[in-house]
Design a protein around this ligand. Sequence first.
Ligand SMILES: N[C@@H](CCC(=O)N[C@@H](CS)C(=O)NCC(=O)O)C(=O)O
Length: 209
Amino acid sequence: MSRMKLSRIKLYDKPECPFCWKVRLALHELAIEAQLLDSQSPDHRPVWQALAPRKTVPVLVNDDTVIYESNVILEYLADISGSLLPKNPAERIQPRLINAYSDGVIGAALREVIFEKRGKPEAEWDRARIAAGITAFEQALEFLSEQLGEREFFGNCYSLPECALTARFGLAEAYGVHIPSQFANLRAWFERMKARPSYRATAPQSLIS
Ligand SMILES: N[C@@H](CCC(=O)N[C@@H](CS)C(=O)NCC(=O)O)C(=O)O
């Protein structure tokens, strides 16, 4: 793939946000250069907030183009690069569906664990909430495991679900939630994703140091 020099692209970012991480993965995999701007810094916060109607990250800016939804960002990156989604419309469906499942189902389950543990001493954790989140996560993995089967990727190439689920599983692992051994195909898939240069290059520093 040719390396695109598009460093005028800016990404208003937050390292531990799974939606931001999936965009960082996409940028790295596509070799698109972007300036990562910390949305929480006093220099960038007012600009970011003015751009994002729901005050969420990520926000991608490319000249006059402003995109404040991670999935619209991914579709845009796929459009400008010609990669990240299969070419055939019928084959694009599966990666888009798994990406939506990652946001909606996997994300909702993990949120219970991460929001409960984050910034709290262990003694104050609501263990029932954490257990419910882990159960929901493991149930959701059954569908993903079936969908992946013995394939290398969820679609016919590295695409949206690889970005979305790598970020989700990476954060899960950091919060002590692991893929159970019965889902050997998902475990192997995640190990392959972690072995790609994009993983270390885009992971929040707090996860890899
Ligand atoms: N649907 C949005 C969701 C983005 C989102 O919820 N981002 C969270 C961080 S993970 C956020 O910005 N929360 C407000 C904040 O952190 O100030 C997207 O896909 O971009």
